[in-house]
Each structure stands twice: as structure tokens, then as C-alpha cells.
Design a binder for this molecule. Sequence first.
Ligand code: ZN
Length: 211
Amino acid sequence: MNFYQEVFEKNKKWIKEKEATDADFFKHLAEGQSPEILYIGCSDSRVTAEEMTGMNPGQMFVHRNIANLVPNNDSNSASVIEYAIGALDVKHVVVCGHYFCGGVKAAMQAKDLGILNPWLRNIRDVYRFHSAELNTITDEEEKYKRLVELNVEEQCTNVLKTAIFQKHYNMNKTPTVHGWVFDIKTGKLIDLKFDFEEKLKSIQEIYNLGK
Ligand code: ZN
């Protein structure tokens, strides 16, 4: 059996496993979703959303792209955020980056990367905002890891800038916004303890859309 065929065999096995623990598993799944978490992560194949957090289908609304970005003019991530907060009423929004992110590494190189340029420019801007701090780090790997963390915090901030977040948060005090980093070397999920309330206060001096 080749790798492609294996996918369908694994799917059959997965159905059996799910129905063995709950005979109505797929019946319930078809009834609708009410996920608690919106997860925005990297497309990297090593960084799974549900598997590393032990979440089941239906528990997490997921958006993934290269380097877990929430660009201000990206209608894809904006639609996901709008629907997750406005319609699904998620209680938490998570932006999850990861160490050794290829997208972040590419952005650190002074190289023309074609169609990826405008996408990676978002990370290059994160570098520019934080160049004073980053330029003090002499160890390249440490600098790279720090940029991964700063990128997560900037993308969390981009979530805070959206009207749907500000309006919903003003009325309901949810969702809370969290920045995570997945450490590929250990499998550990690190909570960056992003102080979103403090950040929200500071950005609402410019982007107050919550009224
Ligand atoms: Zn990545």
C-alpha cells in the first residue's frame, strides 16, 4: 500500500475507533459545532492544532497559514476571526507560533522570495518594530526564537485591532486572547502570558472600534 492509499485506510480505522467509544460520535458531530477556542497557527506539518492539545473534533476552530499571521488586509484570517467571535462566540483566541518556523527564518534573510515577499513583509515589519531589542541578541538561534515570540504577540495585537473583537469584548468580556509558542524540540506548549487587556487599552487610543 502506498502512502496515499494509507490515508484512506487510516480514515477507516479512525472511524472505527471513534465509534467504539461513542456509537453516535458522527451523529453528534453532524448536529453542529460550538468550539471554545479559535486557534490561529502555522501551516508547518509538525505543528498540529488538535493533536498537540488533545482536542477532539468540534472543540477548536482552526486557521493556519505560513508563520501564523493576521495581516491587517487579509480577508481570509479576518473572515475566520469574524465568524469565530461573531457567530461561534469562542471564549478564547489563540495565536500559536513555533520555534524553528521556516516562514520566520525566511523573513530574517535579506533575499527576494518572489510571491512570498508581501506575506513575509509582515514578519519583516515585526523585526523592524522590535529591531532595538533583536539587535542586542548576538546568538542567531536566540534571536530567531525571540522573533518567533514577538511575531506571535504582534499577531495577537492584530486580533485586538479588529472591530468584531473590540465590540464583542466590550459587551461580553470575551474572548480572551493568548499567545503561545510550540517548542518543536520538546513538544512543549509555552504560554507567552500576553497581556491582551493592557495591550487593548494602549491600542484603543488609536483603534477604538468598540463603541
Ligand atoms: Zn512555521
